[in-house]
Design a protein. Structure first.
Length: 168
């Protein structure tokens, strides 16, 4: 709920118009999808009722499509992994002991096992890897550049990094 209601004559959101006065509208919290760097971000040829985000000229699908370090590229890689690795879509969950601001768990389904390790801190963190996981191969990192390619006794996670590792 917002603190200050939008005057009814300025409301454009269909949800708010259908249930007026409840404060359920999404104006002005959302913005049109930013497809490109054009004047309306490729969202429409008309005038959108919602304001464009200030970063629409450089945070948009066209710009991120071929950028290997973009959020769009990461999302596509994660989506492809879910299709390829059953453990990531239908697998059971098992926590892995971790210290500090590291969250780690294993997902497994059939013969597919993956370790997910997330560093929730702004500094490097270390996860002590169980012996059974040694030799696991990193499938994806949330950060560009060289991450840990194979698991050994300790896994170093860069600040705010997440890893998905295929386990032996």
């Amino acid at each position: 709920m917002r603190d200050v209601p939008i005057p009814p004559e300025l409301v454009q959101d269909p949800w708010e118009k259908n249930v007026p006065g409840l404060g359920l509208g999404r104006d002005p919290e959302r913005t049109p999808m930013q497809w490109d760097a054009g004047p309306t971000a490729g969202f429409t040829t008309g005038r959108p009722w919602l304001p464009l985000a200030a970063d629409a000229a450089y945070v948009n699908v066209a710009r991120q499509r071929d950028d290997p370090a973009s959020m769009l590229t990461l999302y596509r890689r994660l989506h492809a992994l879910r299709r390829e690795w059953p453990a990531l879509s239908v697998g059971a969950y098992a926590p892995v002991a971790a210290a500090g601001d590291v969250l780690a768990y294993v997902r497994h389904a059939g013969g597919s096992r993956c370790l997910i390790a997330l560093n929730l801190d702004g500094s490097r963190q270390t996860l002590t890897v169980p012996t059974a996981f040694h030799g696991g191969v990193t499938l994806v990192s949330t950060l560009p550049g060289p991450g840990e390619p194979r698991l050994s006794a300790d896994l170093t996670l860069r600040p705010h990094e997440g890893l998905i590792v295929a386990l032996p």
